[in-house]
Write a protein that binds this ligand. Sequence first.
Ligand code: FMN
Length: 687
Amino acid sequence: ARDKRYDILFEPVRIGPVTTRNRFYQVPHCNGMGRAYPSSMAEMRGVKAEGGWGVVCTEQVEIHHTSELSPVIEGRLWDDADLPVFQKMTDKIHEHGSLAGIEPCYDGLATPNRYSREIPMGPSARPVTYLEPVQARAMDKTDIRNLRRWYVDAARRSRLAGFDIIYVYAGHDLNALSHFLSRRWNDRGDEYGGSLENRARLLREVLADTREAVGDTCAVALRFGVEELLGDAGFTSGGEGREVVEALAEIPDLWDVNVSDWSNDSATSRFAAQGFQDSYVAFVKKVTSKPVVGVGRYTSPDAMVALIKSGALDLIGAARPSIADPFLPKKVEEGRVEDIRECIGCNICVSGDFLATPMRCTQNPTMGEEWRKGWHPERIAPKTSEDSVLIVGAGPAGLEAARALGQRGYAVTLAEAGKVLGGRVAVESRLPGLSEWKRVADYREYQINQMVNVETYLDSRLTAEQVLEFEADHVVVATGARWCTTGVGRANTAPIPVAEEARILTPDDIAAGPVPDGPVVIFDDDHYFMGGLLAELLRGKGHEVTLVTPAADVSHWTHNTLEQARIQKRLIEMDVRIRPLHSVVALGRDTATLQCVYTERRHEIACSTFVPVTMRRPVDTLYHEILRLTGPGEAPAPKSLGRIGDCLAPGTIAAAVYGGHRYARELGEPVTDAVPFRRELPQLATN
Ligand code: FMN
């Protein structure tokens, strides 16, 4: 039963003409499914409603073909033909008694309109903010009238599609309404530019138009970034950000407030802790009598209660925590707080958006698979046999396989060579800023500790013979991977020539304790977090550090997690020397030879310790040894022998968790050539 402390989270809240059953509010978030994979999107939202989120919103939804975000996959409501997609979504949400919210959006000078080829328009003529040789034109009065009408059409369609809350979206510095508001983008000389009152005119008009369009059937919410962390150049919660809220205080039925831009709003745990937005939005409730929703990667129900009780917020907004655990509210309601699968703040979810693919989540391997694979985050098919399973290795893949197989009811033995569970997660979560990543192991360790059918052994380094002696019906090897010393990767396809005396330490070595000496050269041809993070770690310990990378900037892939600028800034401020657009091609005793990625030009830099971060090698000797021992005429083989996670192919922690989960789902299922998920095919035109 629910702990009384949390009762307040389950109070209904009135939002204009509608009432949410509780204070758990899934704020708008994209998911890489939207217009392209609509049933996947609808099912995912439905699962959140089933999991207890009182309000479940869409992602930003394009309202007109003159502003579209292709190839990024958002919602699309250009005309009535798009209605069924959203009707499907609202039906799924209403089935569970939740309210459905929609966030119509006109991106204006944020987007080049790659698909429609229409000329983008914004308050002023500017290059579009996506890097593309396209300029937006300034809107004239006719354009403004048209845009207002498109918003009205979108609001009417939203109501028809069954939405209860219609947003007016002026956040994230990503859309026409926020661009009109902003001094940075709006240099108009007419009544829509200049003073804040003028810059807010369009927003005020769209709010009034939306209200008129939906009457008293739907609530009108305003999403606005009260603080842009740009000082005087942007909105601040003590300056113009506050003035906007004061000016429009009673106009919307709900204020959804946050910090802007998106990288500030969805800051990762490496750079911001739970509650990082509180101080910026605290003033809002003092200025308006309308309910206020705010965000801050909230996973702790105690922190949520404190926010409500202190009068800071009325509704707890969540994007990432609702992705990591769609059933978070239900677990609080049922007194199962320890079962919450807490978001680790890695932003792998965000990468789906940038890469135009269905969203994934490190903690929740079922995210995006609800419809296409029928994977439910809480339910799984019971076992189909009395078979036993031995899992060797308790990193993210092994742990998740053990947890999910245990949930199915299989007899599982999990053997781990180390003294703690977690594998790479245990190691990486000790790096600066990554402590929350440990939640991947903690959640699973807690779950399998509750299961009588899962036995865990630590300090258990099994040989192939011992594995076979164990006589499990199924054996799966999840023994991880180790960073390579050779320097082979994307840039170097052969090992880097190395002088005998050169000192090389891999990220695994550094995590285990050896201290580099002299000037350190990190060669990052991996481009995710590790190279930049080791530079931060070693520079923080006082080493002279040079980071060499073939990319144009450090940790290049972290553009996809909204972290790249923060990482580069930190390294610059720490005086890490950055050598972009170079590879390391040779190592001497005290030198590294760098080569420009475009030319044959080479130069040497001082290097006493070389740290290659280029690729990892699966630790799969055990797997191959078992195969060898069970070859034709040899020892009897288990019914199945598999590899999962980094031991199969090194990747992200999210990929390892997914691999472990998939193994558990598919054990006992026939292996076929069929596409392993449902698809929605484009409809062929009949004309
Ligand atoms: N906010 C929007 O207003 N519209 C969006 O389409 C949108 N897309 C998002 C997609 C992802 C994957 C994430 C993680 C966030 C997105 N956001 C979007 C921002 C979230 O609504 C939210 O304000 C932010 O993530 C902070 O909340 P959280 O800490 O609970 O994640």
